[in-house]
Design a binder for this molecule. Structure first.
Ligand SMILES: Nc1ncnc2c1ncn2[C@@H]1O[C@H](COP(=O)(O)OP(=O)(O)OP(=O)(O)O)[C@@H](O)[C@H]1O
Ligand SMILES: [Mg+2]
Length: 126
């Protein structure tokens, strides 16, 4: 599925975290955002996931505009980088948890248990 960001902007008061970002990611591409601390990488991903509402601009998944949709209605998942979310769990437990939550998300979209299990195993972080 292609993902297109057009003029994506996020301001926090007087701070402009993301300024008029245009980016097209085509289906099957592996994309990494690189840049100095504070340049807006996390803010961009949180807008794509739907956890931050853009100040302005457009987010398109496939042919569908999604920037007005709630995270649960966007059909994507996000795995946070910080392990501080589960400080009491071991690395193995976190991996199992990531696999379960990905599997749950895919299953929630109507896939069979076997399909969601196999798809999420291939997506779980190693
Ligand atoms: N919730 C917020 N409230 C106010 N300012 C914020 C908020 N989130 C981010 N910012 C500011 O927006 C700018 C971009 O932050 P962001 O976290 O997106 O950068 P980053 O590229 O992910 O940085 P890092 O490499 O350190 O993770 C920074 O100036 C940051 O201080
Ligand atoms: Mg960041």
């Amino acid at each position: 599925m292609r993902v297109v960001l057009e003029g994506l902007t996020k301001r926090f008061g007087t701070v402009t975290a993301v300024n008029e970002l245009d980016l097209e990611m085509r289906s099957g591409e592996f994309v990494a955002l690189l840049g100095p601390s504070g340049c807006g990488k996390t803010t961009t991903l949180l807008m794509v996931a739907g956890l931050y509402r853009p100040t302005s601009g457009t987010i398109i998944f496939g042919d569908r505009r999604v920037d007005h949709l709630l995270p649960k209605d966007r059909g994507i998942g996000m795995v946070f980088q910080s392990y501080a979310l589960y400080p009491h769990k071991t690395g193995c437990a976190k991996r199992r948890g990531a696999w379960r939550s990905t599997s749950f998300s895919i299953a929630g979209q109507g896939s069979s248990r076997a399909d969601s299990s196999s798809a999420s195993r291939s997506r779980a972080p190693s």
